[in-house]
Design a protein around this ligand. Structure first.
Ligand code: ZN
Length: 54
């Protein structure tokens, strides 16, 4: 019962990549092997201290 608007069953790049943290498949960043969506990436990046170099 999750018909909210239209859904696209097709996957763009063949594989569905989901965020390891929240499970979303939207805007998942696979750079650096993180496999995180944008929001989680931001949170994790702050936790890791991405802003502070050196
Ligand atoms: Zn996420």
């Amino acid at each position: 019962m999750f018909n909210m608007g239209k859904r696209r069953p097709r996957a763009r790049h063949g594989k569905n990549v989901k965020c390891l943290r929240c499970g979303r498949a939207q805007a998942v960043i696979r750079k650096y092997g993180l496999m995180l969506c944008r929001q989680c990436f931001k949170l994790v990046a702050e936790e890791l201290g991405f802003r502070n170099y050196s």
